[in-house]
Ligand binder design. Sequence first.
Ligand code: NAD
Length: 333
Amino acid sequence: MVDAIEGDEYAFSPTPSVPRRTSKLGIVGAGAVGSTMAYAALMRGAARTVALLDVNKAKVEAEVLDLSHGIQFMSMAEVMGSDDVSVMADCDVVMFTAGAKQKPGQSRLDLAEATISLVQKVLPGIVEVAPNAVYVMVTNPVDVVTYAALKISGLPPSQLFGSGTVLDSSRLRYLIARHTGVAVQNVHAYVAGEHGDTELPLWSSATIGSVPILEWASGDGGPLTREVRDAIAREVVESAYRIIEGKGATNYAIALAGSRIIEAVLKDERRILPVSSLLDGYLGMSDVCLSVPSIVGSSGVRERLEVPMSSDELMGMRRSAEAVRSVARRFGF
Ligand SMILES: NC(=O)c1ccc[n+]([C@@H]2O[C@H](COP(=O)([O-])OP(=O)(O)OC[C@H]3O[C@@H](n4cnc5c(N)ncnc54)[C@H](O)[C@@H]3O)[C@@H](O)[C@H]2O)c1
């Protein structure tokens, strides 16, 4: 700003610097999933501040140090962490990854009881210090946990949802790409329903470079016959078990899937992602959290797309809804 002052031709009066609001990502749980998600988000320059919260003080502090030492090689950011909830203050988006991890042979639904009581203990305190954040539940069984978290927090269903089948859809696309020999980025296919054993690929609306998958006849592996499709769908469900069997946790792909959701929110990208949100009259389904392709932006889930489904797919969705609902009811939700 330039002011004319008597005696001087011009004098500069510096405008006092007003701190600008930058984006803050909160991650609850600094375990395999949470710390890798922090790393992925930092590598992608998704947020200016990344805050980690974990009951294990030594672990969270160590993760903060290790991540901070790498910042020179990334976009500028600040990493902080604590076992005190105040570290989450004023977050714009909170990824909830705290919880017991799946043991080999354990299904995601087996984790429900422990995780729900953890959410009951931890979530209200976070919402108190970050009331405007968009909340994304990642902890399993994610659909049941998301439903319980909505009831516990009282947040609107657009503001709190689950990572759902974003990861499963990327596994599906990878397997289709491997079968057909085309780039995974040109495969458009979604897994819908439960993030778990009853999930289902939406084959009837899937495409590769605009060609409906059910009509696909090019590429390396030949058409995607029912046999091929069933084998792929099985592999998508089983791949988490296989990874857990081999290395005890899945972390890289879920971290990248999480970062995709984080960026959709922080940059108001309005991406179509199969996140798990509270259905209300979606193809006749209500009062259950399930994944369907949805538009995700800065306010969270803006809209669920009514994807045309075959009668088999619709039946599969209803089966999935029943499975998730019955577990939620078992725990009083
Ligand atoms: N939705 C998905 O697609 C997906 C994918 C992978 C893993 N997961 C789930 O993510 C969760 C975490 O998996 P992980 O491998 O990172 O487990 P992990 O055991 O490595 O990490 C969990 C972390 O949570 C912390 N924690 C426990 N109680 C806490 C509390 N009260 N407050 C704060 N932190 C607390 C632990 O100290 C630990 O560091 C599991 O439920 C797993 O099944 C979900």
